[in-house]
Design a binder for this molecule. Sequence first.
Ligand SMILES: Cc1ncc(COP(=O)(O)O)c(C=O)c1O
Length: 388
Amino acid sequence: MPFRKPLSQGTSRMPISGIRHIMGLASEIPDAIHLEVGQPDFRTPQHIIDAAHQAALDGYTAYTPNAGLTSLREMCARKVQERNVIAADVDNILITVGSEGAVASTFVALVDPGDEVLVPEPGWTNYTMLTHARGAVPVSYHLREDEDFLPQPDEIESHITPQTKLLIINTPANPTGSVYPESTVRAIVELANRYGLYILSDEAYESLIFEGKHVSPARFDTEGRVVTAFSFSKSYAMTGWRVGFAVAPIEIARLMIQLQEPYYSCAPSVSQKAAEAALSGSQACVEEMAAAYKRRQRAVLDTLKPDGFVAYQPNGAFYVLMNIASTGMKSYDFATQCLLETHVAVAPGATFGDAADPYIRISVATNDDAVIEGAKRLRDYAMSKSEG
Ligand SMILES: Cc1ncc(COP(=O)(O)O)c(C=O)c1O
């Protein structure tokens, strides 16, 4: 063996996504029902595609400034002022490669090796991955089904140490679909203020709210500690365009804009023009897609709640966590066996943290028939395993 230095130890500790594992298996099953991925089944609305096409013809094919097109940043600033009640102007905005770009650069701007990052469990795997990639330590705060998977400030507080730097919140949440009420959001900002923590608020699903309203923590931020990640992916079915944006207090925004240069220079220019069309055009497409996700989420709940496989109320995003504890199976085994026997693919709960092992995640971002049939097969499969 030639002498080589080891790969990055932090990055090598990143967990592997269980969703990709099930997707790989499901790709071998031609009639599989795909409830495993969070990929909208809708096409990007035509007026957005047309605007991007025109922009490419008009020469929007080159780099933009690191922070993004000023015209788009201005639209984003107006959007968050009006819809999220965040006091931001153009200097607080940077256009990123997906909202993932905003999430990732928040980590790079704020987190150093050895810092502790408070992550929700169950929660989106990428927060844990990024924490490891920074050589930092993920510390889970737990969300419980009997509390509607809502964060409890006391529970979060019990995990705060002098090393805690960043607190992640995500509403509406992946993988639970929970929508955090205003009182919870306020209490979390107050907690962060008391301990001097930064907050990263991931609001990728903000337009998919079926009950209640979306509340952005940044509206209560009087001390410049909340960074918000917004996405075009889910609201406008634009996952492949890779465009999102961050809203950050000025000092943090400057650092994040500076980071764009060595990471990816800027978000794709054509996608930035597409995002402008998304924000300036009719929002009817957003409402139509949200109505479909709501209908499907409700259909899953109608199938699974009566037998106790769901005992909480998701009110947003396009997910439901199904409780499979009665089967006694581990979530990877359930997801794999259920796929092989019933041809329904779901995400194993354990991929969202160990505490989520008694669950599987159902995504309703596919057509109504598939969602309804898939939910029935999941219920019947879980019932058969529970009886045994
Ligand atoms: C909670 C959450 N945040 C962010 C993202 C990333 O979205 P984008 O396509 O904007 O990078 C996802 C994608 O699944 C997500 O589930």
